[in-house]
Design a protein around this ligand. Structure first.
Ligand code: PGA
Length: 239
């Protein structure tokens, strides 16, 4: 279970989302070489097959998805109970790749998050607008709708990931991130991570924003040197 953070202290969380990258041996190699710095919380989300290989190091391991029942006829799904027994600490839910490519809806995201939290897992729930939605001025409306399925919980963290910034090299400006994070927190009082092309060279300005509590890192979490650099940046931020 997640511990409550000391009142008023800004604790930065850096989460690596490996997506469909890294075999068991590649995961073991990464974990041997990677040492999380003090002063920052680091979690890794490898593919299901590599979860066990990432356990036993100084960081929490998260799955990239989790079902809302403990067991049942749901081909291709994995339950919170299964993850807990393995020693997995939590799960990402509602990533835009799952929404866009695999039919995930706000409704299913809400069910996944609620059951995982009730099962004692921590949850990183992803929200974020498409480029066309931002251009039409609908960002707040989209975020409001995506957040409406989530309830505040000590184990819940939201990741704001503007879809147009994921894997594209385009990053929200620090002000855009700050505005979206402040809006999210006005609706749901939980820590909010920024995600979308976070790299060593933009981490400082993004993580320095008042309402940015950490980062969900995709591409740059796959290389030990880049991920270490982002974690070091986070560790050195004034608290
Ligand atoms: P990216 O991915 O850092 O490669 O843009 C972030 C994410 O999808 O979580």
């Amino acid at each position: 279970m997640v511990e409550l953070l000391p009142e008023g202290e800004k604790v930065v969380l850096i989460a690596g989302n490996w997506k469909m990258f890294k075999t068991v041996s590649e995961t073991a190699e990464f974990c041997r070489a990677f040492e999380p710095p003090a002063g920052v919380e680091v979690v890794l989300a490898p593919p299901f097959t590599s979860l066990a290989a990432a356990l036993g190091h100084e960081l929490d391991v998260l799955a990239q998805n989790v079902h809302w029942d403990d067991e049942g006829p749901f081909t291709g799904e994995v339950s919170a109970r299964m993850l807990r027994e393995l020693g997995v600490a939590g799960a990402i839910v509602g990533h835009s790749e799952r929404r866009r490519l695999f039919g995930e809806t706000d409704h299913t995201v809400g069910r996944r998050a609620a059951h995982a939290l009730a099962s004692g897992l921590r949850v990183i729930a992803c929200v974020g607008e498409l480029e066309a939605e931002r251009e039409r001025g609908e960002t707040d409306e989209v975020l409001r709708r995506q957040l409406s399925v989530l309830e505040p919980h000590d184990g819940l963290v939201v990741a704001y990931e503007p879809v147009w910034a994921i894997g594209t090299g385009k990053t929200a400006t620090p002000q855009m991130a700050q505005d979206a994070h402040a809006f999210i927190k006005s609706l749901l009082d939980v820590p909010v991570l920024y995600g979308g092309s976070v790299k060593p060279d933009n981490a400082t300005e993004l993580l320095s924003q008042q309402d940015v509590d950490g980062a969900l890192v995709g591409g740059a979490s796959l290389a030990v040197d880049q991920f270490s650099a982002i974690c070091e940046t986070a560790a050195q931020l004034p608290s």
